[in-house]
Design a protein around this ligand. Structure first.
Ligand SMILES: Cc1ncc(COP(=O)(O)O)c(C=O)c1O
Length: 332
């Protein structure tokens, strides 16, 4: 199967930029840090889910669906972007929100939660952490069907084989930019959550024999579990695309920066969010990219990268959730 022949909607009319973070690199006195600005993809507020939704929504439309149904945490960027894609395509959208932290849902919360309402969610169903999420989404699909409509279920984070194609495309984009810029990246660092971004990038780099190590920084799970998840999806998505499967050894998903748990703040995250904002004018988010950047900074300080190495940080978005974390991030 050729990626170029897969049905795809286009939500970002340009490659996202790669920029050098001069002041952060200088501050750390370590490697040359570059950033892939996937926070600047299209749809409301941008972020990594936009790339996955290009393929997933095209499939929903091809199947004649009129309603997207998906799931995420209470400040889910994926839910925000699925709603935005639905609005753009004239589809309805229903959300199932999982309270991964008990009691974390607040109807009036700011950040992405406010945007769920603004972007016109048809229904929002809140369930406890660890609930049967597929069952909850199927129940929504059944309700939609009973209304004479057709639902299309998108798994959490858009992380199935089709969604991961968005990041196979991104890997190709990075390689083309690296060639154009004349900058060879020695290592790439990315947040690793529902695994589609990590798996997609790995497939893209493996297929091109790029020889660049990809380091995932976990936001939720212990290392072995997350590496297993990324590898499983990587094998499945590579088979779907007719590309070589990534080896188990090529999957690295570090768990030292998760802290007390998913979405729970850490001092390293707060430092990373402030450093990117104050040295580079780049907004990270507290749940994903703040922890991934904390990992990048931690690795630099430990001497993990050779001096002068070119390290690319993939910024996967998420800044709208900053507004739900003002109490943690404001300086006073
Ligand atoms: C801003 C942001 N970065 C990174 C991730 C992790 O990406 P993935 O779920 O594909 O592993 C997410 C997932 O929700 C996200 O919202």
């Amino acid at each position: 199967m050729k990626l170029s022949s897969l049905p795809r909607r286009r939500y970002t009319p340009h490659a996202t930029p790669i920029q050098k973070l001069e002041r952060l690199s200088q501050h750390l006195g370590g490697p040359q840090i570059w950033i892939k600005r996937d926070d600047l993809t299209g749809l409301a507020g941008g972020g990594n889910k936009t790339r996955k939704l290009e393929f997933l929504v095209a499939d929903a439309l091809a199947q004649g669906a009129d309603t997207l149904i998906t799931v995420g945490a209470v400040q889910s960027n994926h839910c925000r972007l699925t709603l935005a894609a639905a609005a753009h395509e004239g589809l309805k959208c229903r959300l199932v929100l999982e309270q991964r932290v008990p009691g974390s849902y607040r109807k009036t919360a700011s950040g992405n939660n406010f945007l769920f309402d603004l972007l016109g969610a048809e229904t929002i169903t809140v369930v406890d952490g660890g609930s049967d999420l597929s069952g909850a989404m199927q129940a929504e699909a059944d309700q939609v069907k009973a209304l004479g409509r057709k639902g299309y279920v998108i798994p959490g984070g858009g992380s199935n084989a089709l969604g991961a194609m968005g990041y196979v495309v991104c890997a190709r984009e990075i390689m083309a930019q690296s060639l154009d810029m004349g900058v060879a990246f020695d290592e790439i660092v990315v947040a690793s959550g529902s695994a589609g971004t990590h798996a997609g990038l790995l497939i893209g780099f493996t297929a091109a024999n790029a020889g660049v190590p990809l380091t995932g920084v976990n936001v939720r799970r212990p290392r072995a579990e997350q590496e297993g998840n990324v590898h499983k999806l990587g094998v499945e998505a590579a088979a779907f695309a007719g590309l070589p499967a990534p080896s188990r050894e090529s999957v690295v998903a570090l768990d030292q920066w998760v802290g007390p748990g998913y979405s729970l703040p850490t001092d390293e995250m707060v430092e990373a969010v402030r450093l990117f904002a104050q040295l580079e004018g780049v907004l990270l988010d507290p749940v994903y990219t703040g922890k991934a950047a904390a990992g990048l900074i931690g690795l630099a300080r430990r001497g993990h990268f050779r001096p002068g190495a070119n390290v690319l940080f993939v910024h996967t978005g998420g800044a709208p959730s900053l507004f739900a974390y003002q109490d943690v991030l404001a300086s006073a």
